[in-house]
Write a protein that binds this ligand. Sequence first.
Ligand code: GAP
Length: 551
Amino acid sequence: MSSQPLSMSQQTATKQTERMEKIVSLCKRRGFIFQSSEIYGGLNGFWDYGPLGAELKRNVKDLWWKSMTKMREDVVGLEASIIMHPTIWKASGHVDTFADPMVDCLLTKKRFRADQVDPQSGVVYSYTGAKDEASGKEVNEPYSVLLPAGKPPESARKVAVQFYSQRGLANPALVGESTEKVENTTRYNPENGSLLTEPRMFNLMFKSHAGPVESDENVVYLRPETAQAIFVQFKNVLETSRQKVPFGIAQIGKAFRNEINPRNYTFRSREFEQMELEFFIKPDEIVEKQAGGIAQLSDSTDLNEPQANWGWEVWHKYWVEQRMSWYESIGLGRETLEEYWQKKDELAHYARATVDILYKFPFGTQELEGIAARGNFDLSQHQQFSGKSMEYFDQEAAAKYVPHVIEPSAGVDRLILALICNAYDEEEVTDEKGNKEVRTVMHFHPRVAPIKVGVFPLLKNKPALVQKALEVRDLLRPFMNVFYDDTGAIGRRYRRQDEAGTPFGITIDFDTLGENGPEKEGTVTLRHRDSMEQERVKISDLLSILLPKIQ
Ligand code: GAP
């Protein structure tokens, strides 16, 4: 029997699935990402970072922190507790509205996020109930099963019989069968055709209790975002940092969401890290009063240098540009990203504009970061719920106001996944003997690469080579992450570092020791991961060559 050829889009989807599987396998094999609690069977939605992943993550967070705080006059940092006063989450709206619609399969009890069930078409087989002939027992609960077109009705009846058996009938005879053609319904489990429950809202915050008594008064939440701590500490930071509006507060930290359906590897996890900035700006009416007008985006404003006449719209666009440039600076080119400007009807009720920065993952183009213009919603809410003023006295404007905010909010783990997907490559290369082989290489930007340089003595049993290599390692180690490796053929050592994404390799050979003449003494070969080219450089020049590339 000949099988149907796959369409172009099916072929692309299969390739992307295979690519993702290879990436997941490399991450485990090389120690980037492990399943949390793996020896106990894992825990859905939780992940651990191995030696290479931990370095990669640290580099990314350090680079964000550097660009957001150290390189700017107008942003300061905060490191707040994860568990905070529960009224914060009432004020922010999380207690009442931070929920996703959830549905359960009536047969297997498997839980889905209602808005993530793929639409399906086919024939629905409905039953009014079932009866057990022997005992005469009846179940009058309606139930239905969706079958894709062309499948025999028996398949639906088998599923329905299973359903009524679970309702206590030993040998159910189905009652009142009817059929109906349907298109694009999301009411059925795509895995077995069973009817799903009606959607119910499920709050995503993890709950716990502070102190030894598990009572309603002691309920606390693991923060679902880092942002709220910034709002509630706004006044303290303002008073201690001597900043003036416009200015920002940045924070990196863990966030927790009890996602109904964690999926796509680490993309949607239950524990993850965020890098968030709340950038406080003057309300437009104050800007207008002071500057005599508001700069319009259409004025072809230079977005590099903030100006006194910038209203929220230009500040928002400024931060979108800043963030896109930052992604580029760590190796995610603009061609790998998309800006999605949310439409008016998609915006949260307090947001004036939101731009999502999306990355083209193998499993689809998905959000890395959201940049929202949130007005003064958050500070006003905390002012109302705490009874403490969140107003700022602007001396230059001689006015008091609750500042507005622009919020670039990025997920560390999603960015790590994007960097890993972006770096992964398989190349056909020819070895010294002319044999073709596949080289797996991670093309990380040197700034984020977990290991910056591999140091290799040509032979491990030549003490002079080993001693020189250790000297080179010790020269570089205070400035960058170095991996020393003296095991196996040099080609294999290069390949191992290619897989780890190490951008540079240094080999210490007999030329280095001056055994082939004095002109090459004190030089090493410097190998570049991406081009695989090698050059001869002086050991004394190594730092000045490497440092600008990794900083
Ligand atoms: N303070 C705004 C806020 O939290 P969000 O869009 O819900 O906005 C911001 O989250 C970023 O946090 C997302 O763009 C994403 O990168 C990351 N993020 C959110 N939920 C996540 C999850 N379940 N797993 C991994 N990262 C997540």
